[in-house]
Design a protein around this ligand. Sequence first.
Ligand code: BDR
Ligand code: CA
Length: 319
Amino acid sequence: MKKVWIDTDPGIDDTYAIAMLLEDPRIEIVGVSTVFGNVTVDKTTRNAKLLLEAAGKAQVPLACGAANPLYVPLDTSPFVHGANGLGDMPLPEASMQECPLRAPQALIDAILNNPHEITLLPIGPLTNIAMAIILEPRIVDLVKEVVIMGGAVHCPGNITPAAEANFFHDPHAAQIVIGAGWKVVLAGLDVCNRGLIPQQMLEKIGNGKSPLAPYMKGSLPFFKNFLKLFEMGDAVTLPDTMAAAYLLDPTMFTVKSEYLFVETEGSCQGQSLAVPRGKWYEDPGSKVRYPADDHIQIVEVLLDVDPCKFLELLDRLLV
Ligand code: BDR
Ligand code: CA
């Protein structure tokens, strides 16, 4: 069994990613934490509760997390995910209890109680994970792996030309998490843009066996409407599903170790930049250390995915 803690901002694509993990018997979801991002944290928490309740998993610890980024002002994306975060579909009241601890402490406790066993799956802004590192740095050595949906290393961003939304929404947190010194696998837009899901498959999923099918079906039209801006045709990319797919079958991905730097300031806030030789200034004879050098870290970047295997996985889990 793979023990997974999901840190999320549901979120239409978050819903699909969670649905995938719920369907694989090799995955044990040991906890879910919520963060602002696609919408405010009260709404992402309500949505996460609804998803767990629909799946019959109300016993899974659900910890509400950060309402704001570490430093930059709060920014959310209701134009992508709807004002309620689930495409403005009608939603019931959520009833499950949430954990008495806030997300960073709940995460820390779970990791300390399961040393070297938990895989973290952050699919929203990285604020909770950064705060957990700041509060309890020992977690860095006690987590098995961190698989992040975030960043855009060799391609444009999706919220600014430079930045992907999860990194843009809290660039300082992204930099802390990337630079912490643990094993990070990055499912950024490089690979997420390649995971096109055709309309026919989306329809099958919407009418499929997942207990979250009504949420996937109900929320998708809003997202598809937003995507019309980009003239992608009928197919859709759902970024968070790529990070989930990596957990379920890493063999379908092309991976490259790269030195990475996250910009925290200015117009390029949230940009994830590959640093070819792991050093900011190119003169090999230079003894000068630039501030950026302290934040460069090697990361496993997902560059490509086998599209057939990805669609087969969705078919197996959700249809
Ligand atoms: C990421 O930002 C959010 O809109 C999505 O849920 C995903 O996690 C994609 O850039
Ligand atoms: Ca997300």
